[in-house]
Design a protein around this ligand. Structure first.
Ligand code: UDP
Length: 268
């Protein structure tokens, strides 16, 4: 990936998806460079659940592949990196990226629009950001439960706000499809789909303690919080992901005598 810094970033390909393999701080710096260069940039985060969706939903896969940068999110992708011999640099998820992103935006005098989640949640997350990052400009907030007929008005509001960065919190795969379809009409330089992020920062849903996050167990915490909604995603989904990984690994082992592999690794 070439950024405004002129440097080439490390990329890996896992589960058939090309990923930008950066540490969290470097991801923030890359966004800062994209903003400075006014380089339109669509960003997605992919974890094991997203990889599962991409494996069965061609339209979502196309939306992901069409993004400028896809960051590597979560323990499942870390395991995939190890198994495939392409180590993942960091767990770059939207929730961990949000505080340093807001600090950078405040320092650079750039503005943020928060779109998505239930009524009042984006505004509460914006309050959190302004309390923790003095000087951060909030261009606007809006919930994610508007009718399709209101899309034009929502886009007009974002455009009028002149936001530099747009966060879209509709959950996957809807947010990626929405960004792909409407990014050009928002006027933002950077847009990213960030799932349930606003719910955490608005304190609607508690986040896993740091030790669980560091141990790669955030999914266990989320499962305990919302077992009815999430058991299929995590219990079934993790097994499906690991089974696909094992199949891919076995296929590669069989192909190991071949000079061509489905994996690529273009380094920095
Ligand atoms: N959401 C939304 N509009 C919708 C459906 C969902 O704004 O029509 C929001 C929902 O309120 C939540 C987020 O999208 O804040 C998705 O959260 P989820 O936990 O599914 O995402 P994850 O972080 O797991 O990707």
């Amino acid at each position: 990936m070439d950024t405004a810094t002129g440097s080439t970033r490390a990329c890996v390909q896992l589960d058939g998806i090309r990923l930008v393999n950066l540490a969290l701080d470097d991801a923030v710096t890359a966004i800062e460079c994209a903003l400075a260069a006014r380089q339109p940039t669509r960003i997605a985060f992919i974890n094991a659940d997203c990889a599962n969706i991409a494996a069965r939903n061609d339209s979502y896969r196309a939306d992901i592949e069409d993004c400028d940068w896809v960051f590597v999110d979560g323990i499942g992708m870390r395991i995939a990196g190890k198994v495939m011999g392409q180590p993942v640099a960091d767990n770059v998820n939207g929730t961990d990226l949000f505080p340093p992103l807001c600090r950078m935006l405040a320092l650079q005098g750039r503005s943020l629009y928060l779109l998505g989640a239930r009524h009042g949640i984006a505004a509460a997350a914006a309050d959190w950001a302004q309390r923790h990052c003095p000087g951060l400009k909030i261009a606007g907030t809006r919930d994610g439960y508007f009718a399709a007929a209101d899309t034009t008005a929502v886009l007009a509001d974002i455009r009028k706000s002149a936001a530099d960065v747009l966060l879209v919190a509709f959950g996957a795969p809807r947010q990626e499809a929405w960004i792909r379809e409407h990014f050009a009409d928002t006027g933002a330089t950077v847009a990213m789909g960030i799932g349930g992020l606003f719910d955490y920062f608005a304190d609607r849903i508690p986040r896993a303690p740091l030790w669980m996050r560091r141990a790669g167990l955030e999914w266990v915490f989320r499962l305990i919080q919302e077992p009815g909604r999430l058991w299929r995603r995590y219990l079934v989904g993790n097994l499906v992901f690991l089974a696909r990984l094992a199949r891919t690994r076995a296929g590669l082992t069989k192909m190991s005598s071949s000079p061509r592999s489905t994996l690529s690794n273009s380094g920095a």
